[in-house]
Design a protein around this ligand. Structure first.
Ligand code: BEZ
Length: 247
């Protein structure tokens, strides 16, 4: 009998949407972190990559680092991880800065923390090791963690596929918009597009609509109502948040 059937590789726990982000301490390229406590009050994108000194990961880091300010403007910090040592991380990030050009990016400095997880402790806690893809490399996992430390969205990509960072930004804004305005966002939504409002049966919503308080709402069917939500309103939300952070 196949010995794998008797002793299958244990399947690591997978945190789920709605769970509290698993707690850990780690060394990073920017010093020691207590996660998620150090990020209280901020959104975090915690993401893993398969290995330092690999080409797809290099293009991803250059892209994420170039967009870091855009994520910070959305009150979001980036934290990377791979099953490599801090010495490997430092050498790889230095190589990226000193030698690598990709598209219109060069001299790119990665200033967000990159976790040393050579013992795979964090990767195992977060279900980043998916043994049928690789036993020794993390998949490309992306965890969106909100300001109270709850996991709000998870996206996984295989080793061969580089992520779309505009999509990661879109998901972050959609989550923040849902929280701030009590709406949902339809397929392919982007800021400025109409949003989906809760069904009239929801608490208090029918009454408000009957009283004509939400005049902009229009219904496609009884279960499917939408309203405009101007991009400026969403932008203002983040500007106000950043003012509070800066003052
Ligand atoms: C890469 O980032 O290029 C890569 C990493 C692991 C497997 C395949 C590709």
């Amino acid at each position: 009998m196949d010995s794998n059937l008797l002793n299958p590789t244990p399947i690591p726990a997978m945190p789920r949407i709605g769970d509290n982000a698993p707690v850990f301490e780690a060394e990073t390229t920017q010093g020691h972190i207590n996660f998620p406590a150090d990020y209280a009050g901020k959104w975090v994108i915690l993401f893993s990559h398969p290995a330092d000194f690999t080409p797809v990961c290099t293009t991803e880091f250059m892209t994420f680092a170039t967009m870091e300010q855009e994520f910070q403007n959305l009150n979001c910090q980036l934290v990377g991880l791979s099953i490599d040592s801090i010495y490997s991380h430092i050498a790889w990030l230095r190589t990226i800065k000193e030698k690598i050009a990709f598209r219109d990016m060069k001299n790119v400095e990665v200033t967000f923390p990159l976790i040393d997880d050579i013992r795979m402790e964090v990767a195992m806690k977060y279900g980043m090791i998916q043994p049928n893809e690789s036993n020794t490399k993390a998949v490309r996992a992306v965890f969106f963690i909100d300001p109270v430390g709850k996991i709000r969205a998870i996206i996984y990509y295989p080793l061969s596929t580089g992520r779309n960072f505009e999509e990661l930004k879109r998901v972050l804004i959609a989550l923040q918009t849902a929280d701030a305005f009590g709406v949902a966002t339809p397929a392919d939504w982007k800021p400025g597009d109409d949003v989906i409002v809760p069904p009239a049966g929801s608490c208090g919503v029918a009454k408000e609509r009957m009283q004509g308080k939400d005049e902009q709402v229009y219904c496609v069917d009884w279960f499917f109502c939408m309203k405009p939500l101007e991009k400026e309103k969403i932008d203002t939300l983040f500007v106000r948040k950043n003012e509070i952070v800066l003052n």
